[in-house]
Design a protein around this ligand. Sequence first.
Ligand code: HEC
Ligand code: HEC
Ligand code: HEC
Ligand code: HEC
Ligand code: HEC
Ligand code: HEC
Ligand code: HEC
Ligand code: HEC
Ligand code: HEC
Length: 412
Amino acid sequence: MFKKSFVYLMICMFSAVMVSAAENNCLTCHADFEEEDGPSHLITKDIHIQKGLGCVDCHGGDASLDDMDDVRDSKGYKGVPSYKDVPKFCASCHSDAAYMHDHNPSMPTDQLEKYKTSVHGKQLLKKGDTNVANCISCHTVHQINTAKLPHSSTHPHNIPETCGKCHANTELMKGYGLEATVLEDYKASVHGAALYERGDLSAPVCNDCHGNHGAAPPGVSSLVAVCGTCHAIESELFNNSPHKVAYEENDFPMCMTCHSNHKILKPEDKWIGTEEPALCVECHSTDDGTTGIETAAGISNALKSLVQAQSEAQLALDEAIEKGMATTDAEFKMKELRQSLIQTRTKLHSFNLDSVLPRAEQGMKEADEVKKNSATLIEEFYFRRKGLGVTSLIFTFLIIGLYFLIRKVEKK
Ligand code: HEC
Ligand code: HEC
Ligand code: HEC
Ligand code: HEC
Ligand code: HEC
Ligand code: HEC
Ligand code: HEC
Ligand code: HEC
Ligand code: HEC
């Protein structure tokens, strides 16, 4: 059923393309002599053709003519824009609010305005630097499409490579004093792992942090605050912590000081404490006159105790499960305990013992409960086994007694 309607849909789409092709000399003639990667072939994947626009809408010229020289001389023929003129070329429609509204009322029309505020836009439009990105470096030409389609150059899965075309080019980046390791770093990060290994589209790619067209993504005044758009709890804790003001005064970038921006690694407990590789010791020492080291030691010890308590609780619970006891309650507590450990790690972003310790202590209580609960279940198991032994002994005696009784009766 599904297959049939799919085939039908394909036939409809194909004949629609054929009809418009027959009416469009540009397409038919170009398709005749162009290779597979020519505009007339690529364009089947382009949203403009899919929405009913043609070669003429972008390039101008008279589509009824059957000679290219005549086309070039025909009215409105724009030809091909230079690299620098591409933004204006695309914006002739995309910044025309009335025109865009007729096609798609929800489509923003601020791409060129925003592009002008970006490093790319400033470099190209003011300095004529053609090494930076213009609209088609990110969107391709003749294969332009919405970011929702998996084959689009702006689909989240493809963005790192789209930006990487230039930003992973060592020669090109050297000229600007920029690192060409961005792509590699991103791929090695927790975010890259979430995207590539788990297909998690909520993980940020380049444009989620840097914005599509503008200097900074929507909703954040500066790139420094961008992590908070997704990691709201850590961000709020940080903003109420002693580091907030201290980092601003010293020009340390908020989260990036400890986590970096592109190669964000999986956090580990050893990052906090009083000796390498703890991050705290990079800036704090026992005699710096602050409570930094004291706090680092306190949080680190609380985390160590909690991890230890968690593994003991898990061992006890596993034994009770193995003995086939009803462990639903203990398992539920175990879940709460795991949550407590996660939240204690999150809470450390307050960099304040008074805020971290109560959360860790709650976790310790949960660990105790799991251990106690499991121990009771295990005791019950042995008690029942003992009980079972005694009962079967009594039964054996009874049966033997009965046997002698019956024999006695039979003899009589
Ligand atoms: C009869 C065949 C034919 C028709 C019809 C035709 N073209 Fe072309 N077009 C060509 C050829 C051949 C070239 C040159 C290719 C080359 O130089 O490699 C070309 C080149 C172009 C170029 C590159 C820039 C330039 O001026 O050389 C553009 C853009 C273009 N055509 C757009 C169009 C559009 C738009 C239409 C319809 C209004 C159209 N063509 C109709 C054959 C055709
Ligand atoms: C959304 C606008 C748009 C549409 C629709 C479009 N083009 Fe283009 N085309 C461009 C732009 C922009 C360039 C400049 C590319 C560059 O600078 O690399 C270009 C370049 C070209 C070129 C010369 C360079 C090349 O890529 O070979 C040809 C030929 C061409 N287009 C033909 C066509 C034909 C034929 C169609 C219809 C099947 C078409 N274009 C539809 C925007 C468009
Ligand atoms: C002739 C007018 C016109 C020109 C020129 C034009 N576009 Fe478009 N563009 C449209 C229309 C119309 C749509 C489809 C809107 C809809 O119906 O959703 C569209 C859609 C798009 C989309 C998909 C947006 C989305 O997410 O749904 C992108 C991306 C895009 N255009 C980029 C470009 C780029 C880049 C250029 C320059 C190479 C360009 N356009 C030139 C009219 C134009
Ligand atoms: C540095 C790369 C880059 C450049 C340069 C760029 N875009 Fe985009 N554009 C994107 C990305 C990425 C998206 C997709 C955002 C999403 O929906 O995830 C996008 C989305 C769009 C959309 C869909 C509507 C919207 O605003 O989200 C249109 C239309 C568009 N771009 C047109 C343009 C035009 C016109 C230019 C040139 C003035 C341009 N873009 C330059 C990367 C770029
Ligand atoms: C066509 C090549 C090209 C593409 C594609 C490209 N860029 Fe760039 N970008 C450059 C160049 C070259 C510079 C250096 C400009 C300068 O510093 O003057 C730059 C600069 C930047 C900067 C500013 C760096 C600074 O100086 O602080 C950021 C951020 C950036 N690009 C992000 C992106 C993102 C995100 C994408 C993809 C959505 C992207 N770029 C796609 C070439 C490109
Ligand atoms: C999780 C957010 C995030 C992601 C994802 C991200 N960036 Fe960045 N990027 C940043 C931050 C934050 C900075 C530092 C800005 C500053 O120091 O002002 C930065 C800096 C840059 C710079 C400036 C030069 C440099 O090396 O410091 C470039 C270029 C850049 N990023 C490109 C990219 C590209 C390309 C991608 C995708 C492969 C990407 N970024 C992914 C957050 C991100
Ligand atoms: C667009 C949303 C988004 C933005 C922006 C973002 N992240 Fe993430 N982050 C995620 C997602 C999704 C995960 C994956 C969570 C998981 O592992 O399941 C993640 C994971 C992490 C992890 C690992 C957490 C763990 O427990 O393993 C760290 C650390 C991290 N991000 C730090 C940052 C920093 C620092 C920034 C800013 C430079 C940032 N993130 C920006 C969404 C985001
Ligand atoms: C002073 C250093 C430092 C700063 C600044 C910092 N973090 Fe962390 N972060 C850590 C340490 C240490 C851990 C390790 C926790 C563990 O695994 O024991 C961590 C763990 C994390 C985690 C994983 C645990 C969790 O909370 O889920 C995320 C996500 C995270 N940080 C995000 C952020 C964000 C977002 C910011 C900025 C608002 C930030 N961090 C600022 C030191 C820092
Ligand atoms: C990049 C440097 C840097 C790193 C890394 C860092 N701190 Fe700090 N921290 C500071 C600065 C600067 C201050 C402000 C000191 C002052 O008030 O003189 C501060 C203040 C503090 C304070 C408040 C001290 C007081 O007495 O008011 C605590 C607590 C603290 N940090 C804990 C930590 C912990 C725990 C870590 C490790 C996870 C850490 N810091 C990592 C730079 C850093």
